[in-house]
Design a protein around this ligand. Structure first.
Ligand SMILES: [Cu+2]
Length: 123
């Protein structure tokens, strides 16, 4: 687990430096986010483990066709992000329950400095 911890620390450092000036990227293939128990070595150097974070914010824009949402989010310490407005990838089905102007709570999956909203609800 020591190596994994270092990998996560490096990811956090990269996220803090680079994440938030990046707009939503082209969707990456959905990756299994659950670490495989007892299989720590597999893929460790090829794909840093995804990291989960929670945030709250206000919906600023929705693009269902593109599968993106723009959120004016409060600071997300788990990602090392200050408050800002930025775009996220999101499954289009998740957009059915929210509208522009809604105050929302959301879960994020962080991967390579980009965030994907994996759950969202009005608050
Ligand atoms: Cu941000």
């Amino acid at each position: 687990m020591k190596t994994l911890s270092l990998t996560l620390a490096a990811l956090v450092a990269m996220t803090g430096l680079a994440a938030c000036d990046r707009k939503t990227e082209a969707p990456a293939a959905p990756a299994a986010s659950a670490p495989a128990a007892g299989n720590d070595m597999a893929g460790m150097d090829m794909a840093p483990a995804d990291k989960m974070a929670k945030g709250v914010g206000v919906v600023k824009a929705i693009d269902k066709a593109a599968g993106t949402i723009t959120l004016d989010h409060e600071a997300i310490p788990q990602a090392g992000w200050p408050a800002m407005t930025m775009g996220f990838k999101i499954a289009p089905a998740l957009l059915d329950g929210v509208a522009i102007g809604d105050h929302v709570a959301f879960d994020l999956k962080l991967h390579d400095g980009a965030g994907e909203v994996t759950a969202i609800s009005k608050r």
